[in-house]
Write a protein that binds this ligand. Structure first.
Ligand SMILES: [Zn+2]
Length: 401
């Protein structure tokens, strides 16, 4: 069915979700006819979607949600749910379906306050008579408290409620939660599958599509951005020049500063698109007068929104830095592949000359040490070390010996 087209290189998973969506549809149809539910069913009320970064586990969960809400008349003629075009599918995919609630972390955690309303909603019946779907985007960011709020709801949900939890891996989710979910896992899509998607869906030239897919190693959104956004290509080119610029201390510090500045700039761009609209909407909702004066007693709510936006900017900056570190790791992995003479396809063919020069001029041991330094930088950022400090330590380590 069309909704599964968004899953790139996940044939086995698509088939599994398709079967579950058909059985879910049979449950709804039986209930509408006053008949008992089918005895055997591949449908269940709690799912955990995991997968390597960028493989699209969130896309898979959303496609499944759409199939659950599909109201295409073709179903009555024996067609499977998930047409992608009916009101149920469409509103789910664009995020406006009344019976699909999406929870996303703001900052590094999903706070219990954000979860309570959702849990309350999960105990109500769906407005359209199909399924009440709760989609938790970053289940790994549920803290102890918010996870506890979710736990009971996942354990004994209302009859028509479905929880779809998403996380990078099983280990990232609290054991109490994951033991109550059916686990489905995505594979890293092949370079060919990603390139094919870029050609089909984005109209990218085959050669450019292949290059973008190879450079991003199975990360679908990054591949799409690289293929369609010149700014993303420029940022990546700058990252790949970095290994040649870290020859002395001055060069290292300057490169670090530029990397952090670029990440800050990108997060600002992303934030400005959302923040202004969000602030205006809240002001209007709170009844701001002409000329922008806010009614009394609304300062606290406005402050809360500012804090939320600040946390979101910090996270966007981290994500942007993370992407740069991924590009850098890929670069040194290519160097190592050349040094070891292994015949894997290089990810960064556009800088092949640089790769070969570094491969000849350094040892495999030093390349491994550099890859470790990038991993150490990532770990430091995870521990909330100031970004510039962490990145400077990395660029200095990329230089030495
Ligand atoms: Zn549909």
């Amino acid at each position: 069915m069309p909704v599964w087209d968004d899953l790139v290189g996940q044939e086995r998973l698509s088939a599994q979700l398709d079967a579950a969506a058909r059985d879910a549809d049979a449950i709804v149809t039986a209930a509408a006819a006053g008949a008992p539910p089918p005895e055997v069913s591949k449908m269940t009320h709690a799912w955990l979607f995991t997968g390597p970064p960028g493989a699209g586990h969130l896309t898979a969960a959303r496609a499944f949600a759409a199939a659950l809400q599909c109201v295409s008349p073709d179903r009555a003629l024996g067609g499977a749910p998930g047409c992608g075009f009916c009101d149920g599918c469409h509103t789910t995919l664009v995020g406006t379906h009344a019976d699909v609630t999406t929870v996303a972390a703001v900052g590094s955690q999903i706070l219990v306050d954000a979860m309570r309303d959702t849990v309350r909603k999960s105990f109500t019946s769906p407005a359209n008579g199909r399924w009440q779907v709760i989609l938790v985007q970053d289940a790994e960011r549920l803290n102890e408290k918010s996870a506890n709020a979710v736990l009971k709801a996942v354990e004994e949900p209302a009859p028509r409620t479905v929880w779809l939890l998403c996380a990078p891996s099983l280990d990232d989710v609290l054991p109490t939660i994951r033991s109550r979910c059916r686990h489905v896992s995505l594979l890293t899509p092949s370079v060919e599958a990603v390139a094919d998607m870029l050609v089909r869906r984005e109209g990218i030239e085959p050669d450019a599509a292949l290059a973008a897919a190879r450079a991003t190693q199975g990360h679908i959104d990054q591949a799409r951005r690289l293929a369609t956004d010149p700014r993303a290509r420029e940022r990546r080119a700058a990252v790949l020049r970095l290994p040649l610029r870290v020859e002395d201390v001055g060069g290292c510090l300057k490169a670090a500063q530029e990397l952090v500045d670029a990440a800050t700039e990108e997060s600002k761009q992303l934030a400005e698109e959302i923040d202004t609209k969000e602030t205006e909407e809240l002001k209007a909702a709170l009844g701001a007068a002409q000329g922008g004066r806010m009614p009394r007693g609304t300062a606290g709510v406005m402050k809360e929104l500012e804090d939320k936006q600040k946390r979101r900017r910090t996270r966007a900056q981290r994500d942007s830095l993370d992407l740069a570190l991924t590009d850098l790791t890929g670069f040194y992995r290519d160097v190592l592949a050349l040094q070891l003479g292994s015949h894997v396809a290089l990810a960064n063919t556009e800088v092949q000359d640089t790769l070969e020069r570094l491969a000849r001029g350094t040892t495999p041991e030093s390349t491994l040490r550099r890859i470790d330094a990038i991993a150490a930088c990532r770990a430091a950022l995870d521990r909330n070390v100031a970004p510039l400090l962490a990145v400077e330590a990395m660029t200095m380590a990329l230089r030495a010996g």
